[in-house]
Structures are given as structure tokens and as C-alpha cells.
Design a protein around this ligand. Structure first.
Ligand code: GUN
Ligand code: ZN
Length: 431
């Protein structure tokens, strides 16, 4: 059923709460409704108005649950689902010790299909309706994710991870095969249903300049694709990039020199940026992606949300399995904590906006997902704002919706997810 009148509390942004006061940016209805027709949002507003205007729609009453756009995870690695929360290592050792051995296992197409399905089911259970994922170097790992996404009706962004050096035998391609395989996958998947392709060089240390250039050339041929990679995540990584690319002005320059800097580029982490890098990212309109649970878990550093949001699009992401949690609620909570450590208390409205519309805009999917606006896809989540005794006893004192929501942002998890809809269809709960 993709037509419905969903009743509950609603919270809809008309503009970014980073640009104007929160009261101006968002509209809250205590007795609200979302009308869904043909899988898209037809109207959002007071329940009594929508009941009057849409008398034909079957009603789903979510009581006091808060109806929001489904969360949008702007950077993650589905092949790492099985190694989430692996102990004790910093980035390079973590990649070599945990990540690469696990990614090797996806050489088996059946295993790749199983992990893809498991990851998407976990995402949905946590209220995430779109994710942007790195795959492995195996082209079938991309097929596996897009097939699993299509089976669930989900909009997913993904690409074949390309690496032609500093990775073990079995996880290396070449400049040419990375180009050829990525091109074939773009032809097969980009724009097929809700699938979107992101050209995916893993990061400069695992690509030769020749491979980066080949992928830059591919992006120039297919500028409608996104491009995702990692940038300035950890101090040791940046020093390594300096050794590997002695002629580069900085880390971003290793991408720029290869044609891998552009408005549809997604640069994950972007913690230790030079002023020139910030200026260049801003000039071209590229997006950076904040991965707060990963940045604390792997010990990478503190992303400057308050400083970067006014300069460029910023998405929010779990970075599973470098990130330590599938929940975008926990991710918002971590973004709040990181903000505090940098002297900026992000408002719950700003955290929620980053996890929905901010990420959607970073993916160039604003207006389509991440928003409770007529015309957008009805990818929705209903949150129980009293999902545990600890949250309930705090939320009961709330004087407005932000105070009611913040305990769920800080303490909530998949127990707070009362229901999820993808394209207006309710997602069945796992048995
Ligand atoms: N840098 C290069 N590859 C990765 C990865 O898989 N995870 C994280 N967090 N950083 C990376
Ligand atoms: Zn990553």
C-alpha cells in the first residue's frame, strides 16, 4: 500500500536551521499528518486539515510518534558490517588488520549478497532509508548491494572501491580495470530505478596517480555520477599521502590533479583540512561528510561542523564499520558531543537536519529524500520519543518538541524506531 494518511506528530523544515532561527526553520504539529499518494508525499500539515482534504486515504495512526523523513547515511561501508566495533587500532592498522581481510571475503558473491541484505535490513531497522556505501573491489559486490536495495525499494548510492596499491593481493585492481569495471557498473546501475552510482577511489594511499587519473577521466565522461572518497581523516594518513605524492600541495590536491574534485564529490571525514583545501572545496561546491562515531572510535579527530556548514554542503554518516553504530540517532548524538568538544553546542534541529536534508543535499538528492515536503518520496520513519524508561522519564519533562526529541537523539537506538516506510510502503519488521 503506497497510499496512506499517516497520523502522528510531524516536524518539517522549510529552510536550514543553520541559516535562520530554529522557530523559523521548522514547523511542528502535535496532531499532524502526512498524506502519501503513489509512494510520494502529497501533503504535510495538521491532521484535521489532511483528514478533510484526503478522505479517501486509508489511515495509519502512529499516536504520539514523531513522523520524520527517513535518515540518510551519507558515507558507509557495507562490506564492513561484520567487523563493526573491532577493538584497539588506528586507521592504517585497522584497515590492514580488520578491514582488508573481511573485504577479501566478499570475493564470494553469495557472501556479498548476504552482507548486503543484512546491512540494508539493519539500516532500515535503525530508521535509515538511504545510504551511500563503498563496496569492495569486486564488481559483483556492487551488484549485490543495488539488487538488495531494489528488492527493498531503497534509494542507494554506491560504487566499486578502486585500489591498485598498498592493499593485499586479491584486493587490488589496476588503473585500466578500475576504469572499465566502474564504467560497466555505471551503465548497468546509474539511474536504474533508485540506484545512483558513485565513482569510488578508496583514498589516495591505495591508488596510484594513474588510477586516480583514469577515474577522473571517467567522471569527466559521466559527470552525472557522484564521486566518493576519503580526505584528511588521520594525521598519520596525511603524512603518508605527503610521502606518496611529494609534488602535491596538500591531500585534496592529489584528487584535484587527477580531475577528482567537483561539485558532485563527497569527501568523507575531512577533519584536518588546510585553509586552502577548505577554500577549494567551497569554491567548487563539493560536499564533506561528518562521521563522528568513526572519528572518535578510530581516534581520528574532531570535525568542525560549525566552521564548515556555512562554507559547503555537509552530510552526516555512520561510516560503518569504522563507525561504531548503525544508528543515525547515535550518530547525531556523537555529532553533538564532538561539537561540544569544539565549543559549539549543535541544536537538536541542526542535528536532525544534518541527518536528513543535509545528507540528502550532499548527495544531490535534496527535494527527493530527507524532507517532509510534497513531491518528495515517502521514505519515512516514526520515532517513539519514550522508547526506554530512561528516555521516557526525561522526555516527560519536555516543554517543546526539541526538548522531547533530544533525549532520543542522545540515548536512542533502534528501539526508538516505531515504523519505517520506503516509497510509502511500510517495512515489515523482522520476525
Ligand atoms: N580510509 C580508507 N579506507 C577507509 C575505510 O574503510 N574506513 C575509514 N574510516 N577510513 C578509510
Ligand atoms: Zn569510509
Amino acid at each position: 500500500m503506497t497510499d496512506a494518511l499517516i497520523l502522528g506528530q510531524t516536524l518539517a523544515f522549510s529552510v536550514s536551521p543553520f541559516d535562520v532561527a530554529v522557530e523559523e526553520a521548522a514547523r511542528h504539529e502535535t496532531h499532524g499528518a502526512v498524506a502519501v499518494r503513489g509512494g510520494r508525499i502529497a501533503a504535510v500539515g495538521p491532521a484535521q486539515d489532511l483528514r478533510r482534504d484526503h478522505p479517501d486515504l486509508p489511515v495509519t495512526d502512529m499516536g504520539e510518534a514523531l513522523i520524520l523523513p527517513g535518515f540518510v547515511d551519507a558515507h558507509m561501508h557495507y562490506p564492513q558490517t561484520g567487523i563493526v566495533a573491532s577493538w584497539g587500532k588506528r586507521l592504517i592498522d585497522w584497515l590492514n588488520g580488520y578491514t582488508f581481510p573481511e573485504e577479501m571475503r566478499l570475493a564470494d558473491p553469495a557472501y556479498a549478497a548476504e552482507v548486503a541484505a543484512r546491512t540494508l535490513d539493519l539500516a532500515l531497522a535503525h530508521g535509515t532509508t538511504t545510504l551511500t556505501s563503498f563496496c569492495t573491489i569486486h564488481p559483483h559486490s556492487v551488484d549485490a548491494l543495488f539488487e538488495a536495495a531494489a528488492a527493498r525499494g531503497m534509494a542507494v548510492v554506491a560504487g566499486k572501491t578502486c585500489m591498485d596499491r598498498n592493499a593485499p593481493e586479491g584486493l587490488r585492481d589496476t588503473a585500466l580495470s578500475a576504469y572499465d569495471d566502474s564504467k560497466a557498473l555505471i551503465d548497468r546501475w546509474h539511474g536504474t530505478g533508485r540506484a545512483r552510482y558513485a565513482i569510488t577511489p578508496r583514498f589516495s594511499p591505495t591508488s596510484t596517480p594513474e588510477q586516480l587519473k583514469a577515474l577522473g577521466a571517467l567522471w569527466a565522461e559521466r559527470p552525472d555520477c557522484l564521486m566518493q572518497t576519503h580526505l584528511s581523516e588521520q594525521i598519520e594518513e596525511i603524512a603518508w599521502v605527503r610521502e606518496l605524492f611529494p609534488g602535491a600541495r596538500d591531500y585534496l590536491d592529489t584528487y584535484e590533479a587527477a580531475g577528482l574534485l567537483g561539485a558532485r564529490g563527497l569527501y568523507g571525514h575531512a577533519i584536518h583540512l588546510e585553509p586552502r583545501e577548505i577554500d577549494r572545496l567551497a569554491e567548487v561546491g563539493a560536499a564533506v561528510v561528518h562521521c563522528p562515531t568513526s572519528n572518535t572510535f578510530i581516534g581520528s579527530g574532531l570535525f568542525d561542523t560549525a566552521g564548515l556548514v556555512p562554507r559547503m554542503p555537509v552530510g552526516l554518516a555512520t561510516d560503518t564499520g569504522g563507525g561504531s553504530n548503525f544508528s543515525m540517532l547515535r550518530t547525531m548524538g556523537a555529532a553533538y558531543e564532538v561539537g561540544q568538544l569544539r565549543g559549539a553546542a549543535l541544536h537538536p534541529a541542526q542535528l536532525l537536519w544534518l541527518a536528513t536534508e543535509g545528507s540528502a543535499r550532499a548527495l544531490h538528492m535534496g527535494g527527493e529524500i530527507g524532507t517532509l515536503t510534497p513531491g518528495a518520496m515517502a521514505d519515512l520513519v516514526a520515532l517513539d520519543l519514550a522508547s526506554t524508561p530512561a528516555i521516557a522519564q526525561r522526555a516527560v519533562r519536555a516543554e517543546d518538541i526539541w526538548e522531547a526529541l533530544f533525549p532520543t537523539i542522545m540515548m536512542g537506538d533502534d528501539r526508538a524506531v516505531a515504523r519505517v516506510w520506503v516509497g510509502g510502503a511500510a517495512v515489515a519488521r523482522p520476525a
